[in-house]
Design a protein around this ligand. Structure first.
Ligand SMILES: Nc1ncnc2c1ncn2[C@@H]1O[C@H](COP(=O)(O)OP(=O)(O)OP(=O)(O)O)[C@@H](O)[C@H]1O
Ligand SMILES: [Mg+2]
Length: 324
């Protein structure tokens, strides 16, 4: 499916446990194995609280896993520190959902977009004006926006500034955590067009967190579906609707068609609420809500198996099928 020579980042058996009241543990990520490829987008989808941000935060060193490894540029980046970490940070950047909370409101856009370059000594203060204009033009904003403050811009424009800032160091990987979720649908579309255009031009690898499977399938090359800290399905974005087979992924897709008001289609809402992350069932985490639940699903946790190249699913319904 993807060429293994283009593999640039690999998460192996990544688990994150958070201590909780009464000596209990919350497992936000459970044995996550994911790969990211050069110039491609990995979309991570799932309901609120399933562990998407917890996983992506490891890639930008906002947190470290309790167990597991993440290999990038020949290193396990969960272990690096000091100068090595400082150097590595240049290659992976992040765009958050709401840039107004990550920007200093007292800084002009010029200073916001050039800050990473100054921090890493890549430009001199005298080069700031020209560089800011260049970066703003890259995200299709007028160069004279450099003189504005973040509150003098619309949400879509601020998100373009956040992308310009993330691009400043010419990173290999950009992690976007719900980067378009707060924007209205038409602005969301233009931002996604911009991201995909820049990705093609610069061969950037993107990790895109999203609730909406319908949105991510429109531009994600690889989609990973997460449920209660577990990856339950990984599949190519192209043709995803035809091959997606985990009952949870299918339920997420149904929810997408629901919002598009396709009344000709029978809508099967996901039954029930996800169990508490402190009380994940011993077997399949989706068992209680699954319309196809069997006895084995309550007893044994299904593992991710390859059905065909690029398509893996963790579900007892598909045991014995595929290549693994
Ligand atoms: N620092 C922390 N300490 C304790 N629990 C945490 C911490 N960070 C996250 N969690 C818990 O881990 C689980 C996963 O959280 P996470 O933020 O990764 O979810 P998410 O999929 O990004 O959700 P959303 O879509 O709402 O952003 C949640 O149950 C959350 O409460
Ligand atoms: Mg999140």
């Amino acid at each position: 499916m993807f060429d293994e020579k283009d593999l640039i980042l690999e998460a192996r058996h990544v688990t994150r446990r958070f201590p909780s009241a009464g000596g209990r543990e919350l497992v936000a990520c459970n044995d996550v194995n994911l790969k990211m490829y050069k110039g491609k987008t990995l979309g991570l989808v799932g309901e609120s609280g399933c562990g998407k941000s917890t996983f992506m935060r490891f890639l930008v060193w906002l947190d470290r896993p309790s167990e597991g490894e993440i290999w990038y540029r020949g290193k396990d980046i969960t272990k690096i520190k000091g100068k090595e970490l400082w150097q590595m940070r240049q290659h992976v950047q992040m765009v958050f959902q709401d840039p107004s909370t990550s920007f200093n409101p007292k800084m002009k856009i010029r200073d916001i977009v050039c800050e990473p370059l100054l921090n890493f000594g890549r430009i001199k203060p005298s080069e700031k004006n020209a560089k800011a204009r260049e970066l703003l033009e890259l995200v299709e904003l007028p160069g004279d926006f450099a003189d504005r403050y973040p509150h003098n811009m619309s949400g879509g424009q601020r998100q373009r500034v956040a992308i310009a800032r993330a691009l400043a160091l010419e990173p290999e990987i950009i992690v976007m955590d719900e980067a378009t979720s707060a924007l209205d649908v038409s602005v969301q579309e233009t931002i996604i067009e911009l991201i995909t255009k820049l990705q093609r031009e610069k061969q950037i690898t993107i990790g895109f967190i999203c609730h909406n499977l319908g949105l991510i399938q429109s531009f994600g090359h690889q989609i990973a579906v997460m449920y209660l800290g577990n990856i339950v399905e990984v599949m190519p974005g192209e043709g995803m609707a035809d091959i997606c087979c985990h009952p949870y992924s299918k339920a997420l897709l149904d929810a997408v068609f629901d919002t598009k008001m396709d009344f000709s289609k029978k809508i099967e809402p996901i039954k029930g609420e996800p169990p508490s992350p402190l009380d994940v069932p011993a077997g399949c985490p989706f068992a209680d809500r699954c319309p196809h639940c069997m006895e084995v699903c309550r007893e044994t946790r299904p593992i991710l198996r390859e059905l065909e190249p690029g398509h893996e699913v963790a579900c007892h319904l598909f045991e014995g099928r595929g290549t693994a």
